[in-house]
Write a protein that binds this ligand. Sequence first.
Ligand code: SF4
Length: 68
Amino acid sequence: MSPECKIEENRRNCGCTYMSCDKRGKCCDCLKSHWRNKELPGCLFPPEIERTYDRSLRTFINYWKDKV
Ligand code: SF4
């Protein structure tokens, strides 16, 4: 059984501000493309970092390391 893709719901709830991205709502493609460059999707960053478009793993770790 293949899971149903919730692309429209994903698009509505997406925290990424790059509105014209062709991967918007396709979370599996979004994750795959960023991880290829050792980055993470914009939705995993707080808004003030997300809007810089810095999706690097280093920035993710630096932000979250003291918050968990
Ligand atoms: S996080 Fe990256 S791949 Fe995902 S929707 Fe935003 S710009 Fe596109």
